[in-house]
Design a protein around this ligand. Sequence first.
Ligand code: HEC
Length: 129
Amino acid sequence: MHLYSQKLVRFGLGLIVGVAILLPAQGEEAKYSIKEVMKALNKGDDAVGKKVAKGLASPEEIAKVVEYYQSLPLTKPTQGDPANWKSKTDKLLLASKNLKAAKPGALDAFKEAVNCKACHQEFKPEEKK
Ligand code: HEC
């Protein structure tokens, strides 16, 4: 092998290892608790999350939704199936990101993912309903 390509291979491997080390460390902790996310986005009739679902939100408001929903997949609900929680919250985050990127169909996907009742039924503690 040429010295040059050896260097390239080493560089490539170094890069892969570097990324592998960095990735899991990145944002492992949720910045906001589920409760904080709900309060920030979904509480009250004029809640940001509701504006977003109606397609009436400004880019700043959509950015706020992405910022908060980013935490949800990193949290653990006190009840319900953790795998289902992960899949629901991943979908919600993806839909929010697509909305921010103005992807076609993003609003419909967001409305489906943000189904309050479907999520609360499984994951919101009874005494808080
Ligand atoms: C992906 C799941 C999920 C979705 C979607 C969701 N919620 Fe929640 N919500 C929760 C969980 C879990 C809690 C309980 C959090 C806790 O108290 O620890 C909660 C709590 C709340 C609370 C109580 C917050 C407080 O002050 O204690 C409100 C209000 C709320 N949700 C409103 C909404 C509304 C409105 C929607 C729909 C627009 C919605 N949520 C969608 C999971 C969800």
